[in-house]
Design a protein around this ligand. Structure first.
Ligand code: ACO
Length: 339
């Protein structure tokens, strides 16, 4: 799917940014104390050094509210027209978590809904927000990406347990002009449901319930076919990035920063290689936080912004791959933000 805008349409302009990480910092050595892995394996195979896990009793909505409040403050707003929450770890299977988050942000009465596209959720949410703004249905949209994968990963599954972390990131988008700094350009999205088994939690849905099967321990936890996902992630993120660059008229050398889904440093390097892009242009945040799923891109943006890696007017491409399978990319110029 393509979300387009032309110079006579309203653009969605990023005007606020927020982030939240839970307090429990977990090092590779902490994980190695409880399972057959090592700091050396995790660092060399993924690039990850630390991640944050929620404390017992902290839910996805708690992180989402914290990041959302910070984004609203950064935008200088106390209200928005719509709240979108990209997540794969909602507080409950039913209802959606976004209405609760909106309520806790003082936005009761506003439309609020969850977007489910696993690690591509934030990009799917950007596309929805851009559409709401372009159609005149909203002037301001709060988009939050929040996940607590520590609550669905099997702590003894060393292939998954070492790569995920918890967190939330958020942006506020306002109606504006396509020429402004911060304006979202084209968004390219895709999916392939034939790959649904590559990244999955089998229990908890209609499929197993209607079959009357009792979920096993493995069914109840997140499962990922790491090597297959790796290959698809590289191909799809590079393709989507190329498509978005073509649509916006940027060559590889025009892109100041590529903010890829922070799953694995080797994946980011492979994407850069396919695009013939210097690694220095990659925003890298996974070393500190691991793969935070739907929170990954807005957290990386917050990190890059705080580290002054994103100057106003910088040309930025965002790209992600996730369960579904889903993938996408988006182009924008970086705004000047109050943080
Ligand atoms: N510590 C030590 N050894 C390990 C660990 C570990 N934590 N995990 C696996 N191994 C071992 C395996 O058992 C295997 O051993 P063997 O060769 O004796 O059989 C060996 O290391 C290699 O295993 P691989 O699975 O081939 O490891 P790989 O290099 O592929 O790394 C990883 C695994 C990190 C999961 C990688 O495949 C990856 O990053 N995949 C993509 C993840 C991704 O992009 N996710 C995005 C979407 S996620 C979402 O949407 C929620």
């Amino acid at each position: 799917m393509r979300t387009s805008r032309t110079s006579d349409t309203r653009a969605a302009v990023v005007c606020g940014l927020g982030s939240a990480l839970p307090g429990r910092l977990v090092t590779n050595d902490d994980l190695a104390a409880d399972m057959d892995t090592s700091d050396e394996w995790i660092r060399t195979r993924t690039g990850i050094r630390t991640r944050h896990f929620v404390e017992p009793g902290t839910a996805t909505s708690d992180l989402a509210v914290a990041a959302g409040a910070q984004a609203l403050g950064s935008a200088g707003l106390s209200t928005v027209d719509t709240v979108l929450l990209a997540t794969t770890t909602p507080d409950r299977p039913c209802p959606a978590t976004a209405p609760l988050v909106a309520h806790r942000l003082g936005l009761t009465g506003r439309p609020a809904f969850d977007v489910s596209a696993v690690c591509t959720g934030f990009l799917y949410g950007l596309s929805v927000a851009a559409g709401l703004i372009a159609s005149g249905s909203a002037e301001h949209v709060l988009l939050i990406g929040a996940d607590t994968f520590s609550t669905i990963v099997d702590p003894q599954d060393r292939a998954s347990a070492v790569v995920f972390g918890d967190g939330a990131g958020a942006v506020v988008l306002r109606a504006g002009a396509p020429e402004e700094h911060g304006a979202l350009g084209p968004v390219e999205l895709g999916s392939d449901g034939s790959l649904a088994d590559l990244i999955t939690v089998r229990a908890g849905g209609s499929e197993q319930r209607s079959a009357g099967r009792r979920p096993t321990r493995a069914d109840a936890h997140f499962a990922m076919a790491g090597q297959d996902v790796f290959a698809h992630a590289v191909t799809r993120m590079a393709e989507a990035t190329r498509t978005v660059m073509n649509r916006v008229g940027w060559k590889t050398g025009d892109v100041d920063r590529l903010v890829g889904h922070q799953a694995n440093l080797r994946i980011l390097h492979a994407v850069a290689e396919q695009l013939d892009m210097e690694r220095e242009r990659l925003v890298v945040h996974l070393d500190r936080v691991g793969n935070t799923a739907a929170a990954s891109i807005p957290l990386a943006l917050s990190h890059a912004c705080a580290a002054e890696e994103l100057a106003p007017g910088a040309r930025v491409v965002l790209t992600a791959f996730g369960g579904g399978a889903t993938w996408g990319a988006a182009a924008l110029t970086w705004p000047s933000l109050d943080r």
